[in-house]
Design a binder for this molecule. Structure first.
Ligand code: SF4
Ligand code: SF4
Length: 181
């Protein structure tokens, strides 16, 4: 939810590292060659992907200053549907999302998530769907992937469940074990 005027990046360039920029053939988790301490060296002619991207911290003031990506070491964004909260973690600090106050807050958000909403954390090629009960490791959520999360009823308990439709159309399901259909 947008709760105020857009913040400014103020020295942060983390999205220029963690995100994939196809127009520049820049892979994820590698700093863009155009990034400088003062910002983007090609600002004004930078790619469309960069022009339209604003991380969640920029727009959502419910996340305090400690969530600024150059402090938290991860970049948050919403999925196109608005149902997903993505964290792209700086590969050089892979456990940053498990540090406090972030981890407890993510678990609280997962607890209060509406049915169908999800939190997905990407750390290099490793991806996790965050549930209050556990962090379920799923396949790499690359371009074209769709993820759905929920619970499977088990005798005496419900079990976190995730399903990922990957770019080639295959469906991967996860509930503690990996099955490939
Ligand atoms: S991650 Fe957010 S705050 Fe940092 S440079 Fe990108 S848009 Fe700005
Ligand atoms: S082109 Fe500029 S805005 Fe885009 S990733 Fe590189 S440094 Fe960042």
């Amino acid at each position: 939810m947008q709760t105020g005027l857009r913040r400014t990046c103020e020295g942060c360039t983390l999205c220029c590292k963690v995100l994939r920029i196809d127009e520049l053939a820049k892979p994820a988790n590698q700093m863009c060659i155009h990034a400088t301490a003062g910002g983007c060296a090609i600002h004004g002619s930078h790619p469309e992907t960069c022009r339209v991207f604003f991380c969640l911290w920029i727009d959502d003031r419910s996340f305090g200053p400690e969530w600024k990506p150059d402090r938290s070491h991860f970049v948050m964004s919403r999925s196109a549907s608005g149902k997903g909260l993505f964290l792209n973690v700086d590969i050089d600090t892979p456990d940053a999302w498990k540090a406090e106050p972030y981890y407890s807050a993510l678990k609280r958000l997962a607890s209060g998530a509406r049915v169908g909403n999800y939190i997905a954390v990407s750390v290099g090629a490793r991806c996790f769907a965050v549930f209050p009960e556990e962090d379920l490791e799923v396949c790499d959520l690359g371009p074209g992937c769709e993820i759905m999360v929920g619970y499977r009823d088990q005798p005496g308990a419900r079990q976190p469940f995730a399903m990922v439709k990957v770019a080639d159309g295959a469906i991967h399901t996860y509930n503690g074990q990996v099955y490939r259909n």
